[in-house]
Design a protein around this ligand. Structure first.
Ligand SMILES: [Zn+2]
Length: 360
């Protein structure tokens, strides 16, 4: 399991409770988890109205995981970290996006004046934090799109592409953002008029746990996705994990339900709305009759876990309202170990989370 909050990176219930209490207290994690969660910056990124791939780019910048030459050297993929464009220094993230001559030219001819932010930032997270303090939301959106185009251009050039003039690049950033904003307006209007059922936040001070399963017959296993959100729709915790091989979708769903509930309890949540899109599983959990199927013992486990909660409600929802855990369950196909995200929007579910956020 990839766990970000203990020294060895191994999940323990104790650290889980610690983290969950911090989440519940609304503690500011920016310092303690810098470069890992950067929750303040990430919350800002999440609210920006830019295409999801650009949000994910921003997230990768802040995590310092862009494949710059410096990072590739650290990963022992190449030996030389020198910037291919200016050939003067190491290509770090901050160099590629901000300090390299090619990037400077773009910022110099931009609305987002480079002068607004003096140089000398240690890393891209610090740069983003400063930008967050100085720019309006619209300016931040443009800033991020420009950074993304600068990065895309670097990649194109290393594959033999041509350098665009700074004016051209900035015009493209502006056009891209304008088109995106117009498309979003139309999407919002469409979603207001649609009657499709959607995800809705839990009641005040309670949390909603959505779970889903996916079956991967070729890999002889299944996947589970779980996500916990608060009354504002903010992600408290999420998980993507592989499960055993299953006979049918009910088995996959009931395993996902048990695993999701264990996860929620492990990280400290005890007042939950549990939502899934499997009628068999949810109806059986709501019924008082004992489930006598071959899956009965798993249903018993779940009932037992539910009995330990302070408050619980079980709800069957349509697939449209369960998109986020669906994406996380699908994502399990690509992972080796379980992945957990805390107080962080999980990148594999960004699009679904965005759709969920539209209706509120
Ligand atoms: Zn350079």
């Amino acid at each position: 399991m990839m766990w970000l909050h203990t020294a060895r990176g191994v999940y323990s219930v104790k650290s889980g409770y610690y983290v969950a209490t911090q989440v519940l207290r609304g503690a500011d994690w920016t310092e303690s988890s810098r470069g890992v969660c950067g929750s303040k910056v990430w919350t800002m990124l999440w609210k920006l109205k830019v295409p999801n791939k650009i949000k994910v780019f921003g997230w990768r910048v802040c995590q310092n995981i862009l494949p710059t030459r410096d990072n590739l050297v650290h990963r022992r993929i190449i030996d030389d970290d020198t910037c291919e464009l200016c050939k003067s220094t190491s290509e770090t993230v901050i160099h590629a996006l901000w300090e390299c001559g090619v990037a400077r030219d773009v910022w110099a001819s931009s609305l987002v004046k480079r002068q607004k932010c003096a140089g000398g930032q240690q890393d891209s997270m610090q740069l983003f934090e400063e930008m967050q303090g100085r720019l309006t939301r619209e300016e931040l959106e443009l800033f991020l799109v420009q950074a993304w185009l600068i990065w895309s251009q670097r990649n194109r050039i290393s594959h033999g592409g041509k350098l665009q003039s700074p004016t051209q690049l900035n015009k493209r950033a502006f056009d891209l953002l304008t088109e995106f904003r117009q498309a979003q307006e139309q999407l919002t209007i469409a979603s207001r008029t649609s009657t499709v059922s959607r995800w809705c936040p839990p009641p005040n001070s309670r949390f909603k746990l959505n779970f889903d399963a996916a079956i991967f017959p070729d890999l002889k296993c299944s996947g589970i996705g779980a996500i916990i959100r608060n009354e504002r729709g903010e992600v408290m915790g999420a998980m993507s994990a592989k499960e055993q091989q299953v006979l049918d979708s009910t088995e996959a769903e009931v395993l996902a339900c048990r695993r999701a509930l264990e996860f929620a309890i492990d990280i400290g949540f005890s007042e939950l709305v549990i939502e899934g899109d499997s009628a068999q599983v949810l109806n059986s959990l709501r019924s008082t009759a004992t489930n006598l199927s071959r899956l009965g013992h798993i249903f018993d486990d779940i009932q037992c876990l539910m009995a330990g909660l302070l408050w619980v409600e079980v709800k069957l929802v349509s697939r449209n309202a369960n998109g986020a855990p669906h994406s996380l369950a699908r994502y399990a196909k690509n992972i080796v170990e379980d992945v957990v995200w805390l107080e962080d929007s999980p990148p594999p579910a960004l699009e679904a989370l965005y759709v969920d956020s539209l209706q509120s």
